[in-house]
Design a protein around this ligand. Structure first.
Ligand SMILES: Cc1cc2nc3c(=O)[nH]c(=O)nc-3n(C[C@H](O)[C@H](O)[C@H](O)COP(=O)(O)O)c2cc1C
Length: 186
């Protein structure tokens, strides 16, 4: 069997019971064998400060190595005030610098936004895509993934109980594997 694509999954919530984290785990559990998904943590990263570019923290170095070693990046994000959370923007900024040393550039990407709200964090999803254009991350367009009503989709153990969402995640993962094949960094 061919070696699976390594996908770094970046979750835009630090909350212990995050629906986004649960969704990322549900996706990892049903993704095809051609994908290997690993959540890369962002909670220990320092706030980005350009003065630190020459002396990065251990957390920054470890984070950048994990992203650099991945074949693709998948963002699973909530919406905060109609945009994506500052913790996620911070992680993106940390990975993008020093200038010319971005770990994001050229990696095929995907975005899933998850919210209890009805419009599935559409605003976060599209604000994030704006940054991905600049970062040279080709982000899969279809299927779009705006998942609303997330507060009613998991049981007490964090298992996804919504069949149509599980089916959708399966289709998303299959399309994402094909997207990585088409856009793999040379
Ligand atoms: C600061 C803040 C701002 C929020 N703004 C939005 C918003 O604009 N749109 C939305 O759908 N939900 C909003 N919410 C609710 C989040 O969708 C909800 O807290 C969700 O559970 C966060 O994702 P998580 O479960 O992965 O942590 C906001 C929550 C916080 C804490």
């Amino acid at each position: 069997m061919p070696v699976p694509h390594r996908v770094a999954v970046v979750v835009g919530s630090l909350r212990k019971d995050s629906f986004n984290r649960k969704m990322a785990k549900a996706l990892a559990a049903i993704a095809p064998e051609s994908l290997s998904l690993e959540i890369v943590e962002i909670g220990a990263l320092p706030l980005y400060n350009q003065d630190d570019d020459a002396t990065p923290s251990a957390a920054t170095i470890a984070f950048k190595e994990k992203i650099a070693g991945a074949d693709a990046v998948l963002f699973v994000t909530p919406e905060y005030n109609r945009s994506f959370p500052g913790v996620l923007k911070n992680a993106i900024d940390v990975g993008s610098r020093p200038y010319g040393k971005s770990v994001w550039s050229g990696k095929p990407g995907g975005v899933i936004s998850v919210s209890p709200g009805a419009i599935g964090a559409f605003g976060a999803n599209h604000h994030l895509r704006q940054s991905l254009v600049f970062l040279n991350v080709p982000a899969m367009q279809q299927p779009e993934a705006y998942i609303g009503g997330a507060d009613k989709m998991f049981d007490a153990g964090g298992k996804l109980t919504n069949d149509s969402t599980r089916e959708f995640l399966g289709k998303f993962a299959t399309a994402f594997a094909a997207w990585i094949d088409r856009n793999a960094a040379s």
